[in-house]
Ligand binder design. Structure first.
Ligand code: HPA
Length: 237
């Protein structure tokens, strides 16, 4: 069995999948955190891996950028491969009191995308993280000594957004991070009855024009991967 976008063999993908945007980051996390990792899919170079983390089978696969790409992979993972838990590990632009390098656990994701409206009768869906997974990430982060904040984020379809006053508007609504995937992933997970969470490192501050160095990004990725893996294990224990 394969799908239009995933050429993995049946049963070669675990029920929990970490989703970094970049397929090379998927490979990096798999090499660093999984034992006996094997590459299970490479269609369009969107690499996916399955291996063992502390005795449990886990997969890690790139999602690409944006809701459109992420939703294609997530839909096929859920429907064709039986994935029940999707954890995005990525970066976001910070707003207001978000500090560079901090890790946000995205409780809700507002959006300018019509993706959820298309599936929800043109109504506004409150796209939110799975509570069990979010709770597990909060307690796991505390146990590991990783500082996190549960926060509202905004998923945009336009990285190069030029709408006047947009950041101010988001800040006034308590939104601390801007990224491009969580709202679609959450809406899809809600419809499909599976668990989803986005763990995001603030890589750039959109109001201060400050940016993490490549080394700091790498550290952030390791931290998020560890938190995602341990949170997933804790939630199924
Ligand atoms: N906008 C959208 N997505 C992002 C950003 C941003 O500023 N930073 C990291 N992902």
């Amino acid at each position: 069995m394969s799908t239009p976008h995933i050429d993995a063999a049946p049963d070669s993908i675990a029920d929990t999948v970490l989703l970094p945007g970049d397929p090379l980051r998927a490979r990096h996390i798999a090499r660093a955190f999984l034992d006996d990792a094997i590459q299970v899919t490479a269609r369009r170079n969107m690499l996916g891996f399955t291996g063992i983390h502390r005795g449990r089978r886990i997969s890690i696969m790139g999602s690409g950028m944006g809701i459109a790409s992420t939703a294609i992979y997530a839909t096929e993972l859920i429907r064709a491969y039986g994935v029940r838990r999707l954890i995005r590990v990525g970066t976001c632009g910070g707003i207001g009191d978000a500090s560079l390098g901090e890790v946000l656990l995205a409780q809700s994701a507002s959006t300018d995308s019509r993706f959820n409206r298309l599936a929800f009768g043109d109504l506004d869906l409150a796209a939110c993280a799975d509570f069990g997974l979010l709770e597990s990430a909060v307690t796991t982060a505390a146990r590991l000594g990783i500082a996190t904040r549960v926060s509202a984020v905004f998923s945009t379809d336009t990285f190069y957004d030029e709408s006047a006053g947009r950041i101010e508007l988001l800040r006034r609504h308590g939104i601390r991070g801007v990224e491009m995937e969580a709202a679609g992933l959450y809406g899809l997970a809600m419809r499909e009855g599976v668990q989803a969470l986005a763990i995001l490192t603030v890589s750039d501050h959109l109001e201060h024009d400050t940016h993490l160095s490549p080394d700091e990004r790498e550290q952030g990725l390791g931290c998020m991967a560890q938190l995602a893996l341990e949170s997933a294990l804790a939630v199924v224990d």
